[in-house]
Design a binder for this molecule. Structure first.
Ligand SMILES: Cc1ncc(COP(=O)(O)O)c(C=O)c1O
Length: 337
């Protein structure tokens, strides 16, 4: 078998461990049915497996990735972790560029899984590290042969990786009325809003973001919860079909996470809690309609990496009391992207 087909076959073998994630019902009342799709049941533990798998598949198929290629990405979170585990299975080297805002647990995981972790240490002109990380990635690909930058903010194969998930949602529902999706690189919202609307044209897609993120607002300030929010807009966001946006503060996100744990024993990450909080708030305000609307939230990752912040009483109390993250001196903002 030729090398390219062997590599594609290997990516598809990993794909068998991605998707068909569980769907559970969280709320059934006279006004709405609320369901959650548990994306932390994927190969590397997050929804990002869908994007990473598709980016690598298309890169190989287009002849941009061969067995000698080094994969490069700037990521402090789930995309980096997914890419590292994919590359390890495929026998590809993976260099990940991170900055001092990375959480301790993700740094440990990336050091364990990736070929090389490069920590940038010079803030850029904006005071963050985003531009320095991008410059570092560009330097690596310009000065080394046969490198491929997966580039989650620019690569359309990110959002196209959510096509299968939309088929799954179509199989799960006969009717879908509301869909709540957290945003960061915007791959999920762009893919799901585009593809799910092909099955359910009437669905209202609500983007859920964190205060201080620059995706839907120009008001920049520190964000202390990783996973959702971004310091830049993905270039493909214009292809998304978003009907409404909810921007939550830290307190609301913490409340959503704790409520899901207490009420449903779902131990999920910040963006899942954000979607749960946003959905309850949004749906509780709707006038009752018949048939009762079916609503879905997406849960991208598990609660474990958030054990020392969202699920720590001490940390949460301080953030909630202040709700001005700048006064939390001994914590760095988690992420600038
Ligand atoms: C924790 C978390 N929340 C939200 C998302 C959705 O992000 P994106 O907009 O990058 O698809 C992701 C994607 O990986 C995630 O890991």
């Amino acid at each position: 078998m030729n090398t390219k087909f062997k590599m594609l076959e290997d990516v598809l073998k990993i794909r068998q461990l991605i998707g068909n994630t569980p769907l559970i019902q969280l709320v059934e009342n006279q006004s709405y049915n609320l369901f959650a799709k548990l994306e932390y049941n994927n190969f590397s533990g997050s929804i990002k497996d869908r994007a990473a798998n598709n980016i690598l598949f298309q890169g190989i198929n287009d002849g941009k990735i061969n067995p000698e290629t080094t994969i490069v990405e700037s990521s402090s979170g789930n995309l980096g972790i997914s890419m590292a585990l994919h590359c390890n299975r495929l026998g590809l080297d993976f260099i990940v560029v991170v900055d001092p805002h990375i959480s301790k647990i993700n740094l440990k995981l990336l050091k364990l899984f990736a070929t090389k972790v490069i920590m940038v240490d010079k803030p850029d002109d904006t005071g963050g590290y985003l531009l320095t990380r991008i410059e570092t990635v560009k330097h690596i690909i310009e000065t080394n042969e046969n490198c491929f930058w997966t580039n989650q903010y620019q690569n359309e194969n990110n959002f196209k990786g959510y096509r299968d998930m939309s088929h799954e949602i179509n199989q799960n529902f006969t009717r879908l009325d509301y869909l709540f999706v957290a945003t960061s690189s915007c791959g999920t919202i762009t893919g799901l809003s585009k593809f799910v609307k092909q099955y359910f044209p009437g669905v209202t897609v609500v983007a859920v973001d964190i205060k201080g993120s620059l995706i839907f607002s120009d008001e920049k300030h520190k964000r202390l919860i990783s996973g959702l929010g971004a310091g830049q807009k993905a270039c493909f966001l214009e292809k998304a079909s978003v009907d409404d946006v909810m921007i939550l503060n830290h307190q609301e996100i913490i409340t959503g996470c704790r409520a899901m744990l207490r009420e449903h024993s779902i131990f999920a990450g910040g963006s899942s809690g954000a979607c749960y909080y946003a959905a309850r708030k949004y749906l509780d305000q709707l006038a009752p309609t018949y048939p009762i609307p079916n609503c879905l939230i997406i849960c991208p990752d598990k609660g474990v990496p958030y054990i020392d912040n969202i699920y720590s009483e001490q940390w949460s109390d301080r953030v909630i009391k202040s709700e001005l993250p700048a006064v939390v001196e001994d914590r760095q903002p988690v992420s600038e992207i």
